[in-house]
Ligand binder design. Structure first.
Ligand SMILES: Cc1cc2nc3c(=O)[nH]c(=O)nc-3n(C[C@H](O)[C@H](O)[C@H](O)COP(=O)(O)OP(=O)(O)OC[C@H]3O[C@@H](n4cnc5c(N)ncnc54)[C@H](O)[C@@H]3O)c2cc1C
Length: 300
């Protein structure tokens, strides 16, 4: 279903994010997690695109598999880095033919360790990719006459690439003006950061649905990995202190993370959030526990 229809039909959406598995064993774990989370009937699930487009085929394969073998509505991530226009056009055509309804259009993380020169890319910023997808939509190449629904990223605590937060909001507005239909945020651990971001978007004339990205912290080690990946995210002392108190008890750490994320979700729902997007890390346990604590057995 196209994003516009999803948001028109549902005042609050719930969605999950997965990444393409790299080994047969991790693939089995992922398919098990998908089977378990499918029963919640999320409004969509999204599939990441590796840094520098490194999971190009794997992302496509997972999206098509989810589309063909489950009741879920998969949204592929697509990034600017290391891509030429013809490649993006071919990827869009493939997704259109497979009946994929939406794309999350991103700048993308630079490839690890490679000799990468951003100026070689045909798309310098996500706004350029949004514009390209909109043109693809206008060409009538998608079976739905609305074309792809287009999502973009937002950063409640700011993106490190643009320390000037006013200018950053102008850049976000550019993505919206180029044709984005909704915004999904980077993970955050303090709701006031998200709520303030939502207010700042409103002041900037951005009225799209803004979906809150939530990831339960699983361990201090995991937080370190997260800090590398989640550009801009801040790690509050209250949460870090609770995790430290767990010592080596990994199960206790998991419960601390789930408890914190559940409290965030309760508060977001009280504040009429338009949607919550769970970064699942390809596991289902934490998300299922959070849903249980929210009293949700199915989102439809
Ligand atoms: C929900 C979500 C999902 C993600 N999924 C993936 C994924 O699957 N694969 C992946 O590689 N990465 C992913 N990322 C990471 C993301 O690609 C990086 O954080 C990237 O640096 C920013 O992406 P963006 O789409 O906001 O890019 P952009 O909108 O291009 O912004 C990147 C930086 O450039 C600045 N900027 C924008 N426009 C201009 C302009 N005209 N002039 C000068 N500066 C400008 C912005 O302020 C920002 O600092 C994801 C992030 C989020 C929040």
């Amino acid at each position: 279903m196209h994003a516009l229809d999803i948001f028109q039909q549902h005042p609050t959406t719930f969605s999950f994010e997965f990444f393409p598995p790299k080994t047969p064993e991790s693939a089995e774990n992922l398919y098990e997690a998908i089977r378990q989370l499918e029963s919640f009937q999320p409004h969509f699930v999204s599939v990441t695109y590796g840094a520098g487009g490194s999971t190009r085929e794997l992302t496509n394969d997972l999206v098509v598999r989810i589309k063909e073998t489950t009741s879920l509505n998969p949204i592929p991530h697509l990034t600017c880095v290391c891509h030429k226009e013809e490649e993006i056009h071919a990827i869009l055509r493939r997704y259109a033919e497979a009946g994929v309804s939406n794309i999350l259009a991103l700048g993308g993380d630079a490839p690890n360790g490679a000799d990468y020169n951003k100026s070689d890319d045909d798309f310098q910023h996500a706004a350029d990719l949004v514009k390209f997808i909109r043109r693809f939509n206008e060409s009538g190449s998608h079976p739905n006459k609305k074309g792809f629904g287009i999502g973009v990223a937002g950063f409640p605590e700011g993106h490190p690439g643009t320390p000037n937060r006013l200018r950053e909001m102008d850049y976000l507005k550019q993505k919206v003006d180029e044709g984005a239909d909704y915004i999904v945020t980077q993970l955050f651990f303090e709701n006031r950061d998200f709520l303030d971001f939502r207010d700042r978007c409103e002041l900037a004339g951005i009225s799209l649905p803004i979906i809150a990205g939530i990831m339960p912290a699983a361990s201090l080690k995991g937080m370190n990995r997260m800090a590398e990946l989640a550009a801009g995210a801040r790690f509050p002392a209250r949460l870090m202190r609770s995790l430290q108190r767990c010592g080596d008890d990994t199960e206790a750490m998991t419960q601390v993370g789930i408890h914190h994320a559940s409290e965030q979700c309760h508060d977001l729902l009280e504040n009429k959030v338009r949607g919550i997007h769970f970064y699942t890390l390809n596991r289902s346990d934490a998300t299922r526990q959070i849903f249980r604590s929210l009293g949700i057995s199915s989102t439809q």
